[in-house]
Design a binder for this molecule. Structure first.
Ligand code: NAD
Length: 457
């Protein structure tokens, strides 16, 4: 089936209003949960062949988040869909006013490869909960995982409601030529621009979940051991192929040496990579990314790691010191297991350096003094982040997740996801008992005086 035929089919189904019923939405969310639960073995196997990733980590970073979002949506969809009453202004009395969510229609979700299940399915869950039909285009780079997801979904759901269309640039380009009611894209900034341009042709609204260089500020009064542990975990999880991974560390010069020592201890304790095989460490997605990453490693600056095993697509967790903003590793989002550490002596200067660059998707601060933490939070614009932790903010569905500026537009997770796939209709309901004469001609100075009293309040 062509992209055009697929969109036509889904649009016709949407027009039939079936997806608007809560029963239908909840039934399909439950069905998705059952299908995923009863086919977990296939899902684990596919991720293993794409990344060499353990079941434990696949559950922790993919399936648990999907189940959590499914449970949340099943429980709350009728509450989220309720019309919300708001106050009515004086000129519209007697009357009532309310805001009523409605589904947008036929939506396109384009996923990235680094967490192929959750980055594809969490937006799909939100779209279904909001009452839409969905076409999912997962990444071709995580081919086994995308294939497993396509097989499960396409054999269990009708094409006119939910369908996975596999493919790369050609297939995505064909999809993007169609008119959708919403496009939800996760991926790189460069492809984000292509998606935005294609959407603009149809005035289709978009959510763009993009990337960037997410800094970690380490202040002198931080808890060093905990700081090092949480930075190391957040960075080397999924071998650094995480959109909100700490990209680089900005550490105060007084504690730089101690932080580096502690990070080395933590890398050894948590990952212990001495060869190309590790149960608890993930591979790089392909040779192209492997080669790109190896070129960023500056052996003179390495304090731990630095070695790669091309055949196995494994790069050791690598920390580099004495890096400055001009270094090659600081030019683009790293998206791999390489951590540059930059020291600073003046917090204002460090903040300025971050502000001179594109707005990050995430930002992390480790320290105790509220004054300095708030200074960083208030002065730098970024998508979201954490104080004294890394990455974990995205597991709280009460925190809308998304970027700002080049790191993205729009957000999702929990109710924010439902909102992303809904239109909020504003409705005024008027009584027919009276009609103010002030609205109508003939106009007069005395009527204008009364109008001025009423309308500006
Ligand atoms: P990508 O932009 O290369 O690919 C994303 C999707 O776009 C894929 O499905 C791919 O098939 C499609 N695509 C690629 N080239 C295209 C083209 N020319 N025209 C149309 N479609 C095209 O991104 P990626 O390599 O899969 O992911 C890595 C990037 O995504 C990183 O920058 C990372 O930070 C970002 N990311 C962001 C989030 C987030 O939630 N904000 C999550 C994961 C990844």
């Amino acid at each position: 089936m062509t992209a055009k035929e697929l969109v036509k089919l889904q649009s016709e189904f949407f027009f039939g209003n079936t997806t608007k019923s809560f029963k239908f939405r909840i039934k399909n969310l439950q069905k998705l949960k059952e299908i995923l639960k009863s086919n977990e073995a296939q899902l684990y196997e596919a991720i293993y062949s794409d990344f060499g990733k353990s079941e434990y980590e696949t559950y922790e970073t993919e399936l648990s988040l999907i189940y959590h979002e499914l449970n949340l949506a099943i429980k709350n969809v009728s509450q989220w869909s309720k019309p919300q009453k708001v106050t009515t202004n004086l000129p519209n009395q007697p009357g009532t006013s309310f805001i009523q969510p409605e589904p947008l229609g036929t939506c396109l979700v384009i996923g990235a490869w680094n967490y192929p299940y959750q980055l594809s399915l969490i937006p799909v869950i939100a779209a279904i909960a909001a009452g839409n039909t969905v076409i999912l285009k997962p990444s071709e780079l995580s081919a086994q995982s995308s294939g497993a997801m396509a097989k499960l979904i396409n054999s269990n759901f009708p094409t006119d409601f939910l369908h996975v269309m596999e493919g790369g640039v050609a297939e995505t380009t064909e999809l993007l030529e169609q008119k959708f009611d919403k496009i939800f894209f996760t991926g790189s900034i460069s492809v984000g621009k292509i998606v935005y341009q294609a959407a603009a042709k149809h005035l289709t609204p978009v959510v763009l979940e993009l990337g960037g260089k997410s800094p970690v500020f380490v202040l002198p009064d931080c808890d060093l051991k905990m700081t090092a542990k949480r930075i190391v975990w957040g960075k080397f999880l999924n071998a650094g192929q995480t959109c909100v991974a700490p990209d680089y560390v900005l550490v105060h010069k007084d504690i730089k040496a101690k932080l580096l020592d502690e990070m080395i201890v933590q890398v050894r304790e948590i990952f212990n990579i001495n060869s190309d095989i590790s149960e608890n460490y993930v591979r790089i997605i392909n040779e192209k990314h492997y080669d790109r990453l190896m070129q960023l490693i500056d052996s003179k600056k390495v304090v731990i790691g630095g070695q790669g095993f091309r055949g196995a697509l494994v790069i050791q967790p690598t920390i580099m010191q004495d890096i400055d903003f001009e270094h090659i590793v600081m030019q683009e989002e790293i998206f791999g297991p390489i951590m540059p550490v930059i020291e600073f002596s003046n917090l204002d200067d460090a903040i300025k350096q971050v502000k001179l660059r594109p707005k990050p998707l995430a930002l992390y601060v480790f320290g105790k003094k509220v004054k300095f933490i708030n200074k960083i939070l208030n002065e730098i614009s970024f998508g979201g982040g954490a104080i004294n932790d890394t990455v974990m903010h995205l597991t709280n569905s009460n925190l809308p997740f998304g970027g700002v500026g080049t790191s993205g537009t729009g957000n999702y997770h929990g109710e924010a996801g439902f909102r992303a796939f809904s239109h909020y209709k504003s409705i005024l309901k008027k009584s027919t008992l009276i009609e103010p004469f002030l609205k109508y001609p003939p106009y007069s100075d005395s009527k204008l005086l009364i109008l001025k009293q009423l309308l500006e309040r």
